[in-house]
Design a protein. Structure first.
Length: 127
């Protein structure tokens, strides 16, 4: 939950400079596969309806960016190597920042640093 608080703070601090989007992908720790004791009661998604139900947990947890869902073939997850979680910055259709896979490569502060630097360069006419 600390990472969610950090992410939400990033969204609030940079919402005028950047558009944020959370893509809900396949479940990293479903009950029927690699379960942890403190998991939500979520099974691996078989249908889009399953994914919608699971994504509601994320919404109810208070994610402050729009949430969209990957399809059940996990196209976005496969294309971006998103499992279990990952941060990207895409500028004019080009990936300019690719964070490491979470949880160990999930560094909201790196995104904040990039956005801060970019906004400084943009305001100085160098972006």
């Amino acid at each position: 939950m600390a990472e969610l608080r950090n992410f939400n703070e990033l969204v609030r601090n940079f919402s005028k400079e950047a558009d944020f989007l959370t893509i809900y992908i396949e479940e990293a720790h479903p009950n029927d596969e690699w379960r942890f004791d403190n998991n939500y009661d979520i099974y691996q998604h078989v249908t889009l309806e399953d994914r919608v139900k699971a994504a509601r947990h994320l919404s109810e947890a208070g994610v402050e960016s729009p949430i969209v869902l990957d399809n059940v073939k996990n196209t976005a997850s496969v294309a971006y190597g998103g499992l279990p979680e990952r941060l990207y910055i895409i500028l004019d259709g080009i990936i300019v920042y690719e964070g490491g896979p979470g949880p160990f490569g999930y560094h909201v502060n790196e995104v904040e640093d990039w956005l801060t630097k970019y906004n400084g360069e943009e305001s100085n006419g160098r972006a």
